[in-house]
Write a protein that binds this ligand. Structure first.
Ligand SMILES: CC(C)(COP(=O)(O)OP(=O)(O)OC[C@H]1O[C@@H](n2cnc3c(N)ncnc32)[C@H](O)[C@@H]1OP(=O)(O)O)[C@@H](O)C(=O)NCCC(=O)NCCS
Length: 146
């Protein structure tokens, strides 16, 4: 499998286009406490993007995860998510909202939670407080006990 390198980027037009093509949110790309990454393969090709919204010191939102269509189903999505999660402090909890890829995230270690079980810092993000449809599923990363 290709080995990916994660590079921190400023929100970019190419990233915006990749997200828009999948119907993912771009309205709230700009804003404080967000970090974005591109995933680059060994040949220097960008294969996807991801992002983190650091909501407070204890809670982060994984967001804007996309693998470009030509690179899917090769394990790169999982690798991209794992590399992105490694950027979060191990003591922080990681959440996400998804309408279409809950099974994918479940296979990586996220579990569905009830909306009212999510902390206020997560519920008050623009994604959760308005932009995401109410039908979006909220998931939390279950980290192995250390
Ligand atoms: C979701 C996405 C990032 C997965 O990327 P990928 O490179 O195809 O994923 P992987 O090859 O690492 O697949 C990992 C596993 O998840 C499964 N999977 C992939 N996409 C899935 C999806 N949309 N729904 C459910 N399962 C999915 C694969 O079958 C694979 O399972 P396996 O390892 O047991 O065979 C990619 O399909 C994508 O960019 N989709 C559009 C954007 C999107 O939905 N992003 C998530 C927004 S919250």
């Amino acid at each position: 499998m290709r080995k990916l390198i994660l590079q921190q980027i400023a929100a970019s037009e190419a990233q915006r286009e990749a997200l828009e093509a999948e119907g993912l949110l771009v309205e709230d790309l700009e804003g404080p406490d967000r970090r974005y990454f591109s995933a680059v393969d060994e040949e220097g090709r960008t294969v996807g993007y991801s992002g983190l919204e650091h909501c407070d010191e204890k809670n982060a939102l994984l967001r804007s995860v996309v693998i470009l269509p030509g690179f899917r189903s090769q394990g790169l999505g999982r690798q991209l998510v794992e590399l992105t999660l490694a950027e979060v402090h191990p003591s922080a909890d990681v959440y996400l909202a998804t309408t279409s890829a809950a099974d994918f995230f479940e296979s990586i270690g996220f579990a569905l939670i009830r909306r009212d079980a999510a902390p206020k810092a997560i519920l008050s993000t623009r994604q959760l407080s308005g932009l995401c449809p109410a039908s979006a599923k909220i998931m939390k990363l279950s980290r192995p006990q250390t």
